[in-house]
Write a protein that binds this ligand. Structure first.
Ligand code: A3P
Length: 294
């Protein structure tokens, strides 16, 4: 079955050991990122795609406004991504240089192209998600996002993901590398599954990490307004203002399912065995475990 809707499928362009999306990223911009000056007040949320980036954007926006939801919803003509932008998107590097503090940014970039100054200054929050659910979420997102190639079918995408032939490259390399640099920068390493299981304590950890003084009531507000059921109704958390030529909103919502274990509805037994084999080989020396279902 073919899902092709685009006349032209954008390509992934290999560049300095990573892959860039044609039209979305500018290789020259990306080359300059490693030299950016970092301020102590900078905060970077770093994720492999589909690991909860928008969730962290929402939490940081709410923490900035001390849980004041009206302040956040006044911003609803923007997307979460306008408010906490991707550093690697075309044109965003210049804006970063002159932006007032605190500069809150997200990125899917790999460690070797990020500012080297991050080991001395600024704060990093890395969010990792179990890669079976990442694969499934990414598969659906490829059908919605017109800047990504529409998958031929699930099995084809499964192979591409395991080969690292997607934006973000190999999930294993991304998580392993950032995890290995956990100690040489000011980094909070959290998982999507921890957020699902105990959002309140994760939000508390984030607020402590960022040095935010919050009352219990303010924290409770942050938690409430970053739950899936609330976020799925917020237009700016669904990129609803993004035009249909970039996101095909009829193919599905950005806030899709928000659970642990949806991979079980997609993987065959054989695919699961293959995945486990790769996971066990790639991650055998990494002291990191994931929750695969609840
Ligand atoms: P699913 O496709 O599995 O539903 P990213 O922002 O990195 O692209 O990640 C998107 C994924 O995070 C989607 O996963 C989305 O539903 C999920 N997500 C976003 N906000 C969430 C929340 N508040 N609770 C649970 N999952 C959330």
């Amino acid at each position: 079955e073919s899902n092709h809707v685009n006349a032209h499928e954008p390509e992934l362009v290999p560049h300095k050991g990573i892959k860039l999306i044609e039209g979305t990223h500018d290789p020259d911009d990306v080359d300059q990122i490693c030299n950016l000056e970092i301020r102590d007040s900078d905060v970077f949320v770093i994720t492999y795609p589909k690991s909860g980036t928008i969730w962290m954007q929402q939490i940081l926006l709410l923490l900035e406004s001390k849980g004041d939801v009206t302040a956040v919803s006044k911003l609803s003509k923007y997307s979460n991504a306008d408010l906490i932008p991707w550093i690697e998107l075309k044109g965003n590097r210049q804006a970063f240089i002159t932006a007032p503090s605190p500069r809150l940014r997200v990125t899917h970039l790999q460690h070797h192209v990020m500012p080297s100054a991050l080991s001395q200054r600024g704060k990093v929050i890395y969010v990792a998600r179990n890669p079976k659910d990442v694969l499934v979420s990414y598969y659906h997102f490829h059908k919605v996002a017109n800047m990504l190639e529409t998958p031929r079918d699930f099995s084809d995408f499964f192979d591409k993901f395991l080969r690292g032939d997607v934006f973000g490259c190999s999930w294993f390399d991304h998580v392993k590398t950032w995890h290995s640099h956990k100690e040489d920068m000011n980094m909070l390493f959290i998982t999507y599954e921890e957020m699902i299981q105990d959002l309140q304590s994760v939000v508390r950890r984030i607020s402590l990490f960022l040095g935010k003084e919050m009352t219990d009531e303010q924290l409770a507000n942050v938690v409430k307004h970053s739950t899936f059921n609330i976020m799925k109704k917020i237009p700016h958390a669904n990129y609803e203002q993004v035009p249909g030529d970039l996101l095909n909103h009829h193919q599905g919502r950005f806030m899709r399912k928000g659970t642990i274990g949806d991979w079980k509805n997609h993987f065959t037994v054989a695919q699961n065995e293959r995945f486990d084999e790769t996971f066990n080989k790639e991650m055998k020396d990494v002291p990191l475990s994931f929750i695969w279902d609840i």
